[in-house]
Design a protein around this ligand. Structure first.
Ligand code: SR1
Ligand code: MG
Length: 389
């Protein structure tokens, strides 16, 4: 039949055809699309005992429409990423009930009892003790398992080949890792940061450092990444009295530098901290970089003795983790900057009555993380940057 774009009214028959739903007299569907790229529907029975999420990739960027075409086969990357993550962290992703590669559609667990982390933080909630640690642990497990430490060489070459994702990588290479430092129609900013946008474009030191991070993003095939690990890609809540953390939306997944995943999470934590500071609502924001890094490092070191290639010795592990730390700081800086003067701004700042102070602080912190990343050798030195900015 070929690819067809699903509308709300198509979902009952679609789920029935695919064997996911039997009683078509007992199904209600609503569209809950929220991210920049795709459509999402929730189907549920009247008594709420049965529910599913249906996510379809459109042939364009959802928020831009047909003027920004995008191959819907990005859903293949998302389905592949979920398969890999399920091997190492099955409890930290939604259950995937099926993938339809003809319609680029995933049928998944309904997570509407959970909340998007960004939404909660914007409402003034704390992270709590579990969220960032679970994120750090997930990144460690996924990155170790899909690195040359966790996977035999030939198998890994096949993973790299299967995970090539040119269109989505190009989005990141453009909107995160170059456009904010150039004149580009995607860029926009609040007039209160216009001077910083101008000065960043003229900043040769900053540009060269971003060029290095961009080149590493293009060439550094360290591990399979989530690829877009911001606080809008994380859901949190409680089930049966236990904390739940679910990472979703890995459509930007490819084999790249591990620091890109950690860096995106850190950037979004830092911006969230600036929102909270502006509102006088700081809680545990300052702990999140440390919690995620410590969990990442601890888990990576725990897995190390099981490495498949023991030519990589313990001294190399120390060196490798230092490199991941430094690169993570750099990517954190690039993500902060693009979210304020580039494409796809963050509601953390755009919903502030006066976003200027928080935005200026975040931009300056972002620049420091990029240009001084090699001298920021521990969590305390990063906190010092935040304090003195
Ligand atoms: C055109 S896509 C813009 C952004 O949305 C996604 O969530 C990624 O962050 C991407 O950079
Ligand atoms: Mg997304």
């Amino acid at each position: 039949m070929g690819y067809r774009i699903l509308e709300t009214d198509d979902i009952p028959a679609y789920l029935s055809e695919r064997g996911h739903w039997e009683d078509l007299d007992d199904i209600a569907v609503r569209e809950v699309s929220d991210g920049n790229m795709n459509r999402v529907f929730l189907a549920s029975s009247a008594d709420g005992t049965r529910s599913l999420a249906v996510k379809q990739a459109l042939p364009w960027v959802r928020v831009a429409g047909p003027s920004w075409p995008m191959n819907p086969n990005r859903a293949d990357a998302e389905a592949r990423a979920y398969e890999q993550i399920a091997k190492v962290a099955p409890d930290e992703i939604p259950a995937v009930h099926g993938y339809d590669s003809e319609n680029y559609t995933l049928v998944m667990e309904d997570m509407s009892d959970l909340e998007v982390l960004r939404t909660l933080l914007n409402e003034g909630a704390s992270y709590g003790p579990h969220t960032s640690a679970r994120i750090g642990e997930l990144v460690a497990r996924l990155s170790f398992a899909t690195s040359d430490f966790g996977m035999p060489s030939a198998e890994r070459k096949a993973l790299i080949a299967a995970s090539v994702s040119p269109e989505l990588c190009k989005i990141t290479e453009d909107v995160v890792l170059s456009e904010p430092y150039l004149e580009h129609e995607h860029n926009h900013w609040h007039e209160g940061v216009a001077d910083l946008a101008v000065s960043f474009r003229a900043d040769a030191e900053l540009r060269t450092e971003v060029a290095e991070l961009r080149h590493l993003f293009m060439t550094g095939a360290q591990s399979l990444l989530h690829g877009d690990l911001h606080t809008g890609s994380v859901m949190v809540g409680t089930r049966d009295g236990a904390p739940v953390v679910r990472v979703f939306d890995p459509e930007f997944s490819f084999v790249g530098p591990i620091g890109f995943d950690l860096g995106l999470y850190w950037a979004n934590a830092l911006v969230s901290e600036e929102r909270a500071r502006a509102l006088g609502g700081l809680t545990d924001h300052a702990d999140q970089l440390r919690l995620s890094w410590e969990a990442f490092e601890t888990e990576f070191r725990r897995l190390w003795p099981a490495r498949v290639d023991t030519f990589f010795d313990d001294a190399y592990l120390d060196r490798f983790l230092r490199k991941v730390w430094t690169e993570s700081l750099g990517y954190a800086g690039t993500e902060v900057i693009r979210r304020i003067i580039g494409f796809a701004h963050l509601t953390d700042l755009t919903t502030l009555e006066d976003p200027v102070g928080a935005s200026r602080r975040a931009l300056l912190i972002g620049r420091e993380l990029i240009v001084r990343r090699r001298e920021l050798t521990d969590v305390e030195s990063v906190r010092a940057v935040v304090r003195v900015t």
